[in-house]
Design a protein around this ligand. Structure first.
Ligand code: TRP
Length: 455
């Protein structure tokens, strides 16, 4: 039975857009390029694509079927499908991961708002590549401004969560997602024609397998989970709002393809531009914020009006892409508190927003005034990122595949993926085989490899 206050996606298109809206975000345009840069380029991308196909898609279908069958929040879903067992801890760990990700993700989402205001006030005009580095540094280490923006961003997320998911999001992503896509294509064209861009293209296309070490595998796997919103029950929560005739396999493929294309496009914007202006590809989280403004300045140097228009448009679309992702993260935690602890949705949402502002402030400060305070050698921002993307999400994914492959009644699995027998599923056996063996072994292997136990 559907509870009244559970939202429901209006159409087939809505289902894909909402899930793709969750998947496409800063993970594609901000995190993918900087992880690719940190891990040496093309070889990382190949391993990343392998992780998407082998782990990402099957686990996404598994999350979908768990969510749609149970029609509950993540923790509740495991409670319903495996009552009285410890499986519900997967859901709980997912909720915690969601809270941590939302806290540091909002910091970067806040940066996009600062860049909107800079673009609107035309303050990119006439700056040199080095000026962009300096101004990013002075902004991100300022104790107040990033905190102001992260609070604004979380309040915007809060507002939409409380108002209801369907209408606004579905409508706006129908327009915004195609716009973002077209703008990215234009920017790729601009970036690859910059002087000296060729080395950036080589960096993306010529794999250098000498650079591949265990951390490349862990990084690629983490990025695949992060970018597809997998491993913490986010898409599971969304699938609980799907209708009975949503084709889960098709939806997973659509989301996976859209998400991957957008990440690759982002790579083809950032690296040609970075090499062109002499910024190191491993500049870290600041990468897109110091390279992109150059693309607008240099590619449209003859036509300042276009430089202005595209930079405003880009940061607005990036902020919206981030917003559809923060909404999905927020919804996981809010639905959990609302359904498991019987808080009103409003109260649940206030707890989530408040906690994320609190943690977000410390994440933001850890990049500036509190840089010296580290745990395991990482500041809080980097620690939250590492612990969630590289540990909690893959572990979540591991357990989700074991749960679906081994524990869950195969009648339920078949019923969900085939919509009670009405869809053909030629690769069903392969799907189960991956969930049972390949995914758990591959994920464990990457962890063991990272711990250095194989050397
Ligand atoms: N996938 C989103 C991005 O690429 C971020 C995100 C939303 C996410 N929900 C998630 C990451 C759940 C991990 C888990 O920006």
């Amino acid at each position: 039975m559907m509870k009244k206050d559970r939202a429901n996606f209006g159409s087939k298109m809505g289902v894909i857009l909402a899930s793709a809206g969750s998947a496409v975000g800063l993970g594609n345009i901000w995190r993918f390029p900087y992880e690719t840069g940190n891990h040496g380029g093309a070889a990382f991308i190949l391993i990343y694509l392998g992780c998407i196909i082998l782990l990402g898609l099957p686990i996404m279908i598994a999350e979908f079927l768990i969510g749609r069958h149970s029609r509950a929040n993540t923790a509740g879903a495991f409670q319903i499908l495996a009552p009285g067992t410890h499986w519900r801890w997967i859901g709980r760990m997912g909720v915690l991961a969601g809270l941590l990700i939302l806290s540091y993700y909002s910091v970067v989402a806040g940066w996009t708002l600062e860049y909107i205001t800079e673009a609107v006030s035309n303050s990119f005009a006439g700056k040199s590549p080095n000026d962009f580095v300096v101004s990013f540094q002075s902004f991100s280490t300022n104790p107040w401004r990033p905190i102001l923006w992260l609070t604004v961003f979380l309040l915007a997320t809060h507002f939409i969560i409380v108002k209801g998911v369907e209408k606004g999001i579905e409508k706006s992503s129908k327009i915004m997602m195609p716009m973002l896509f077209i703008l990215l294509l234009i920017l790729v064209a601009c970036s690859v024609t910059l002087p000296g861009a060729k080395r950036g293209i080589e960096f993306l296309l010529k794999p250098d397998f000498n650079k591949v070490d265990s951390s490349v595998f862990l990084g690629a796997m983490g990025q695949a989970f992060f970018s597809l919103s997998l491993g913490m029950g986010c898409l599971c929560t969304y699938a609980s709002y799907f209708s009975k005739d949503t084709n889960l396999t098709k939806t997973a493929f659509s989301v996976g393809i859209i998400d991957t294309i957008i990440a690759i496009l982002a790579g083809f914007i950032i690296f040609p531009a970075a090499f062109s202006v002499g910024i190191q590809p491993d500049a870290g989280p600041s990468l897109i914020f110091i390279t992109l403004p150059n693309v607008f300045q240099q590619a449209f140097s003859g036509i300042p009006a276009l430089a202005y228009l595209f930079s405003v448009l880009f940061y607005v679309l990036l902020a919206v892409a981030a917003l559809t992702s923060t909404i999905s993260l927020h919804e996981v935690v809010t639905a959990y508190l609302h359904e498991e602890f019987h808080f009103t949705r409003g109260k649940a949402a206030r707890i989530v927003t408040g906690s994320c502002i609190f943690f977000g402030i410390f994440c933001s400060l850890s990049l500036g005034v509190a840089k010296g305070y580290t745990l395991f050698g990482l500041g809080l921002f980097d620690l939250f990122d590492f612990v969630t993307a590289k540990i909690m999400l893959p572990i979540g994914g591991l357990f989700i595949s074991v749960f679906t492959g081994w524990y869950l009644d195969k009648k339920i699995v078949w019923e969900e993926v085939s919509n009670s027998g009405s869809l053909r599923m030629p690769a069903y056996k392969l799907f189960i085989f991956i969930l049972k063996f390949i995914a758990p072994i591959a994920i464990s292997f990457i962890f063991i490899n990272e711990l250095g136990l194989l050397r």
